[in-house]
Design a binder for this molecule. Structure first.
Ligand code: PMP
Length: 350
């Protein structure tokens, strides 16, 4: 090895779900929304001349729109390039004690990647047999806590009382609740941010607002946390949110009827799809998100995954301990889910 090669920061990167090139596939592998974003976004006019200028580094209009929507002050909201950016900035900003950060063993597979990238020690805490987070596992002294609620890829929701219990037992560190999927069913921890100054709630426009391609995420917490995040952001890249993104984000927030309607459609399809899965003898975690995590008692998940892919139906399979016999299936349109159900019936000989 050459001397300079020893000094390269080596990381094992996160592997995102496949984005197939063909357009005639049924894509249920990355928890995207099957419906387009609010049609009001078509009305957004970008002034070309404005693009000569750098965007507003504070993304004030977007921050204000999000803050007003949630009844918060503008100083309680931080925005970033998708919640991945917001979460990465949060790891960098808040997990600095040298003590291990705690997160579940089965969870969003980016957490350990950021921890490795930023040299943050961590410990995973095993979900119980029902894939539930066990609050008491997070009581010991640690360097911070992060978990999604609902969890991914399981889809299991933690009651807000349990979330509060975890926050209350960790007042000396920052607790990040990653609510990427909360709009599809759960009760948010947002109401707790005034009570607990160590709580940061992270959300995204990628799922419930159908804007994965736009890259908008945000964090909500007390103003000291938000200031700390902004200080780190301005020390890294001031202009993370581009002009177009800010305009689209604001417009999306304004169209609340469309947002609610789209979420309700996804939820209705999810409930129907879970009934179908039951009929096909699948075991699954009751989902409060826009995906279902399912396992069949007799047929290997990997076989179903591969056979579905041949039929141009993409679902997600994780070749990882404890979950290698599960499929994570994003909720598509009714029509797409019916095609999947028909495929499963044929494949399982039912
Ligand atoms: N958190 C969780 C739990 C997720 O599943 C995802 C989606 N991959 C994200 C955060 C990041 O989403 P985005 O960067 O699109 O906001």
């Amino acid at each position: 090895m050459k001397a300079w090669q020893n000094n390269i920061r080596r990381v094992v990167p996160y592997t995102p779900g496949e984005q197939p090139k063909e357009t005639d596939v049924i894509k249920l592998n990355t928890n995207e929304n099957p419906y387009p974003p609010s049609p009001r976004l078509l009305e957004v006019k970008q002034n070309l001349d404005e693009l000569r200028l750098y965007p507003d580094p504070e993304a004030k209009d977007l921050v204000h729109a999000i803050a007003s929507y949630h009844g918060l002050g503008d100083n309680q909201v931080f925005v970033g390039v998708g919640s991945d950016d917001v979460l990465a900035m949060s790891f960098l900003t808040f997990f600095n004690s040298g003590m291990p950060v705690y997160f579940p063993d089965i969870t969003y597979s980016f957490y350990d990647v950021w921890a490795d990238l930023f040299r943050i020690p961590y410990q995973t805490k095993a979900l119980n047999e029902s894939f539930e987070i066990v609050a008491s596992d997070y009581y010991e002294k640690n360097g911070g806590v992060v978990f999604p609620n609902p969890n991914a890829p399981t889809g299991r929701l933690l009651g807000v009382d349990v979330v509060e219990d975890i926050i209350a037992h960790n007042r000396d560190v920052i607790v990040i609740v990653d609510e990427a999927y909360i709009d599809f069913g759960g009760v948010s921890a947002l109401s707790l941010i005034d009570k607990y100054e160590n709580l940061l709630v992270v959300r995204t426009f990628s799922k419930s607002r159908s804007l994965a391609g736009m890259r908008i995420g945000y964090a909500m917490g007390n103003e000291d946390l938000i200031k700390a995040l902004n200080d780190v952001k301005y020390s890294f890249n001031s202009y993370t949110m581009n002009c177009q993104t800010i305009l689209f984000g604001v417009e999306s927030i304004k169209d609340d009827d469309y947002f609610k309607e789209t979420v309700a459609k996804v939820v209705a399809t999810r409930e129907w799809f879970q009934e179908e899965l039951k009929r096909l003898s699948f075991n699954f975690v009751k989902s409060d998100s826009n995906f279902v995590f399912a396992s069949h008692p007799f047929v290997a998940a990997k076989d179903i995954f591969e056979a579905a892919k041949k039929e141009k139906i993409y679902v997600r399979y994780f070749d990882k301990p404890r979950i290698d016999n599960y499929l994570r299936i994003s909720i598509g349109t009714d029509k797409q889910m019916k095609v999947l159900v028909e495929f499963l019936k044929t494949f399982l000989n039912m």
